[in-house]
Design a protein around this ligand. Structure first.
Ligand SMILES: *Cc1c(COP(=O)(O)O)cnc(C)c1O
Length: 372
């Protein structure tokens, strides 16, 4: 079955109790069990699992081509649950342009968890090989990366990880399963901040892990979620399930608009540099062409002059809203360094753009008047 069809039908079974086509939202926190604690319906308490979440997890596993999926309260909670399942003394290799929250987890918590990490530039596979240690358990990558849109070769990283007896996890938030299939390229786990494109309407926070194999690690991470409690709610599960239904259509339009905005920005004299993997001049374009079906709606660009000029542009946009987050129907823009705070390594004149689904003429007209 084609992905577009799976996205519509996965987890869409008609409700057996009522025949409802739209899935019910089960808000119950607790479920009847037998006198000796038997669980005849498969559900006992909401922190363990619930029917709406189970529907979404089955759908995500099908969509990503994995054997299991788990959803969490946020993208960071999903990543934290995975990292907390590693045995003590594990070593993790991260890309230097990894979502800043995960770099923060590494710097703040790995020591407490008796884990260690190395940050490398994964655009150069050799630097990953050099960073391998006997206790390297995980290569943690993100492609395209947030916020520099760097592209990392998933198949190459999978090979390096597996030769070293490590796992490869790919944060695929920017690409979604519509544009990129990490498990098919050899990754062991895919992470999504479902808060972004999977939800797609700036109204739900959630994270997801999809696993190629339903192995012991899945049981351990499930237990971690149950005990540490970073569960997704039924209503959020329902919203993300609904988001999946239109994901393929939205990503088509996001990609068309993203490419058009990137190409237009690249021609403007006020723009120093555009970061978008769909541009032929992007250093990762060739790899992106190989591992992505299209290039999505995320891009960033640097304004000539410096931070002051970038803030000027951000202050003049009307249709784009100055806000963090991404992946929704409406276009957003932000001075990225301001969101990441004092330790940010992002160029201070960089504006990150989430290109929405509006008419491309209106988006470009707004950017044109904002560039001045
Ligand atoms: C937003 C984001 C996350 C974190 O998701 P939250 O739901 O905000 O915790 C992780 N990775 C990437 C690439 C993101 O953009």
């Amino acid at each position: 079955m084609k992905l577009e069809t799976t996205l519509i039908h996965a987890g869409s079974e008609v409700d057996p109790a009522t025949g409802a086509i739209a899935p019910p939202i089960h808000l119950s926190t607790t479920f009847e069990h037998g006198p000796a604690g038997e669980i005849p319906h498969g559900f006992s308490y909401i922190r363990v699992n619930n029917p709406t979440q189970a529907r979404l997890e089955a759908a995500l596993a099908a969509v990503e081509g994995g054997e299991a999926a788990l959803v969490f309260a946020s993208g960071l909670a999903a990543g934290a649950a995975y990292l907390q399942s590693l045995p003590p003394d594990s070593h993790v290799i991260l890309h230097k342009d990894t979502y800043f929250g995960f770099r923060e987890i590494a710097s703040m918590f790995f020591g407490k968890w008796s884990c260690e990490y190395t940050i490398v530039d994964m655009k150069d596979p050799l630097s990953v090989r050099h960073a391998l240690l006997p206790n390297t358990r995980v290569i943690w990558m993100e492609t395209p990366s947030n916020p520099l849109l760097e592209v990392i070769d998933i198949a190459a990283m999978a090979q390096i990880a597996h030769n070293a007896g490590a796992q490869l996890i790919v944060d695929g938030t920017f690409a979604t399963p519509v544009l990129q299939r990490p498990l098919a390229l050899g990754a062991d786990v895919v992470l999504h901040a479902a808060t972004k494109y999977l939800g797609g309407h700036s109204d739900v926070q959630m994270g997801a892990l999809v696993f190629g194999k339903h192995d012991k690690a899945v049981q351990e991470i499930t237990h971690n979620r149950t005990i540490l409690g970073a569960v997704a709610s039924p209503f959020n599960s329902w919203l993300v399930l609904r988001g999946l239904r239109t994901l393929a259509c939205r990503m088509d339009r996001h990609s068309a608009n993203g490419l058009a905005v990137a190409q237009w920005l690249a021609r403007q004299s006020q723009v120093e540099r555009v970061h978008y993997p769909g541009l032929a001049q992007h250093p990762g374009h060739e790899i992106a062409q190989r591992q992505m079906s299209s290039f999505g709606g995320m891009l960033s660009f640097q304004v000539k002059g410096g931070q002051e000029q970038a803030i000027d542009v951000a202050s003049r946009v009307k249709l784009f809203t100055n806000a963090t987050s991404l992946g929704s129907v409406e276009s957003l823009l932000e001075l990225r360094a301001s969101s990441e705070g004092p330790g940010s390594a992002v160029p201070d004149n960089l504006l990150r753009v989430s290109v929405g689904l509006e008419a491309i003429e209106d988006l470009i007209a707004d950017l044109q008047q904002a560039l001045g």
